[in-house]
Design a protein around this ligand. Structure first.
Ligand code: G6P
Length: 484
């Protein structure tokens, strides 16, 4: 049993959001990867979770700290921060997504976009800075009540808050996990100097900054040196800045294998699986993604089209099942991308389809049981992300797959560093090579497929979520040992 600790978890999206139905407050549990992952902390430690109030009902309870229970019955405290609505809009819809997300996944077409105009400067000052101030104030209040609690910040929404907390609480133990890639120093020069400096200076106020892969860690340390003038130590992975040392950690997150074993046999998944089995042709290619430009869905359809063009013998024998969760639709870039996905699927289908055969089965819906059913049924799992901090699908799907399926994986995902040797590697821009990889995957001999899938499964079972959580707490221990 691990020692019980006091932890303050801070993330933009919380584990719960409230709505009002028939006059009653109803809690809706968020299903995102981060929330699921951090549930393990709630089971063993005293957790106060600070997140943004998103719905009207969240705002109504934002003055209180609520005693809540996790799915397994463990108690935790939830504090929802109500930000000014326009400030939140600028924070979420202008700065965090798309600007920081686009920048950190190399999605800008720099000859044309972005333009850092007055609107963006305003959104930074009155949105991103303001919302980070709101988070920092909430953390400081919680730290006043529990001064020895460790603070765990998460993700790109909160880069400025650690510095704001550090200024008021110099001895606090602060850590920050960044779940997305870290680009090279020069790409950060898309942002004006004061902004890119504030981001790196904010992160270096933590005792530990964590990433999913050593590739992002190396880039961050280079940026810390280049942008803030910190002294980087590339052998013990730390940066010295403003009189403090920050450890820079690489520790890929994982999943709870038991949870997926159970899910795979749950009635909802079995029902969804029956539907897939009824409709599937001989060979099934599966992709499961949010409709995010970083996921490279449009190019993926083009690669599949090239495959169908080169392999008429496979017509009517293969289908691509694309299960896509619609994401961030208030942001024009995302709404346009969803349109592009639909157009491209339509174009490919119009070109090849015949009676009873739909080459691309595109389903735009958030339906996790159906995704797990598809994980069980794939012959090829197609993950061609442009850049991706980790990509949990690449770990979840092989774990429950029943068909000795082959994983085709982008070399630019964090997960590639761990399981790449057992996948077919693709460059996300090379659609010709992606088409060939589909062919190769479908042609691979059974013993080869079985060996590769088995190796991924064994790796994921050993490097599971519990192990990741333990490593996060070890890092905190090292940090507080240094501080005291
Ligand atoms: C990624 C980010 C998370 C984010 C999630 C969903 O996984 O790393 O921080 O919560 O996407 O995005 P959303 O904007 O809907 O919270």
């Amino acid at each position: 049993m691990p020692e019980r600790r006091k932890l303050i978890v801070v993330s933009n999206r919380g584990p719960l959001s409230y709505t009002r139905e028939n006059g009653e407050r109803v809690a809706k549990r968020g299903g995102g990867g981060l929330v699921t992952a951090l549930r393990g902390l709630v089971a063993y430690h005293d957790v106060t979770w600070i997140a943004s109030a998103i719905t009207d009902e969240d705002r109504a309870v934002s003055d209180e700290t609520i005693d809540e229970t996790a799915r397994d019955g463990s108690p935790f405290r939830l504090r929802l921060v109500a930000h000014d609505e326009s400030a939140y809009d600028w924070f979420y819809n202008v700065v965090s997504n798309p600007m920081l997300w686009f920048l950190q996944h190399y999605l800008w077409e720099v000859a044309y976009t972005p333009a850092v105009d007055h609107g963006f400067h305003h959104a930074w000052e009155h949105g991103y800075v303001k919302v980070n101030e709101g988070f920092a104030a909430a953390v400081l209040e919680e730290l006043e009540a529990e001064p020895d609690a460790a603070v765990l910040f998460h993700d790109y929404h909160l880069y400025l808050a650690p510095r704001m907390v550090r200024e008021e609480a110099p001895d606090a133990t602060l850590s920050h996990f960044v779940h997305i890639p870290w680009p090279q120093p020069d790409y950060w020069r898309i942002l004006p100097a004061e902004m890119r400096h504030a981001i790196h200076d904010g992160l270096l106020a933590n005792d530990v900054v964590g990433f999913h892969s050593s590739r992002w860690r190396l880039a961050f340390l280079r940026c810390a040196v280049d942008i803030t003038g910190a002294a980087g130590n590339f052998s013990d992975w730390s940066a010295d800045h403003r009189g403090r040392r920050t450890r820079v950690d690489a520790s890929p997150i994982s999943i709870d294998p038991e949870e997926f074993d159970e899910l795979a046999e749950s009635p909802e998944v079995l029902e969804a699986e029956r539907e897939i089995v009824e409709r599937r042709p001989e060979c099934l290619i599966v992709r499961v993604d949010r409709t995010d430009p970083s996921k490279n869905i449009v190019r993926g359809f083009r690669a599949y089209e090239l495959y169908l063009e080169a392999h008429p013998e496979m017509h009517e024998r293969v289908a691509l099942l694309a299960l896509l969760d619609p994401s961030r639709q208030d942001i024009p870039e995302y709404a346009e991308y969803l349109g592009a996905i639909q157009r491209e699927a339509r174009r490919v289908n119009d070109r090849f389809q015949s009676d009873g055969w739909l080459p691309i089965d595109l389903q735009i819906e958030d339906n996790f049981p159906r995704s797990v059913a598809a994980y069980k049924q794939f012959d090829v799992l197609f993950v061609n992300a442009i850049f991706d901090g980790l990509n949990l699908v690449a770990k979840e799907a092989p774990l429950v797959n029943m068909r000795d399926g082959v994983v085709v994986l982008s070399e630019n995902t964090g997960a590639y560093e761990e399981i790449g040797e057992w996948t077919l590697t693709i460059n996300p821009f090379d659609v010709a090579a992606q088409a060939e990889a589909i062919h190769e995957a479908l042609e691979l001999q059974l013993d080869q497929r079985r060996a590769r899938l088995g190796a991924i499964q064994a790796y994921v079972r050993e490097h599971d979520l519990a192990r990741w959580l333990a490593s996060q707490l070890d890092e905190l221990d090292r940090a507080s040992a240094r501080v005291s």
